[in-house]
Design a protein around this ligand. Sequence first.
Ligand code: ZN
Length: 264
Amino acid sequence: MRVLIISDIHANFVALETVMADAADRFDVIWCLGDVVGYGPAPNECIDFVQSEADLCVVGNHDWAVLAHPDLKIEHFNPWARAAVEWTRSQINEKSRAFLDSLPAKPLEPEGADGIIITHASPREPVSEYVQSPEIALENFAHFETKMCLVGHTHKPAIYRWQLRHIFSRRGSRNGIPVTVDYLRPYEGQRVRLELTDLERLILNPGSVGQPRDNDPRAAYALLDLEELTWEQRRVAYPIDLTQSQMRVAKLPRRLIDRLTYGS
Ligand code: ZN
């Protein structure tokens, strides 16, 4: 099975269409890691697409914000994000709202794909925590049991690799078997082989379709091949100015419009 992994679309339908054209026929199923809306100008279009095309989707913090979910404190959002949430609330139709409301917050275990969970943010805090350092990743490896966990939320492509080392301490005890977590920032087109022995586990982040934040403005997504056991990082340039002009028409905050230019 070949899986197209998309995350953090953030109502950027132009970016989403470009990703779909780039992925073309290279996948069998689509998994979406949440934050379908927020920030961008086309919430209903993006929700319609995910609802009709994605095989799985989990809820993101911005999806919850739009729903005014009681577990999400919108006060923690910066003023621009909050303005976008309020605008999105005024735009989404009943069908879109019902779809967002149906999305699960708990990590999902996709059928037919043993050893994988998917969640928006982290296994420990599925809707809100940023896995953005090996230290935070290390703590999170204790919060799931499968070999792989796919996350979004940071808007930065990343691979965290947990390794158990069979090294005995000098005192000969196995107390505190050394575990290491290293971080890889996958570059465009990089295909990483997933060595899934008992000694290795992974947290994988495809980056963001609609609002990348790793100083590369191109839309990010990943292709996970469960037969070949590979994770391919993809980046694709899309007509950013088109999304930006839609945002101007919608009177979304200038700062949110500008940041797409820089991928920040
Ligand atoms: Zn997001």
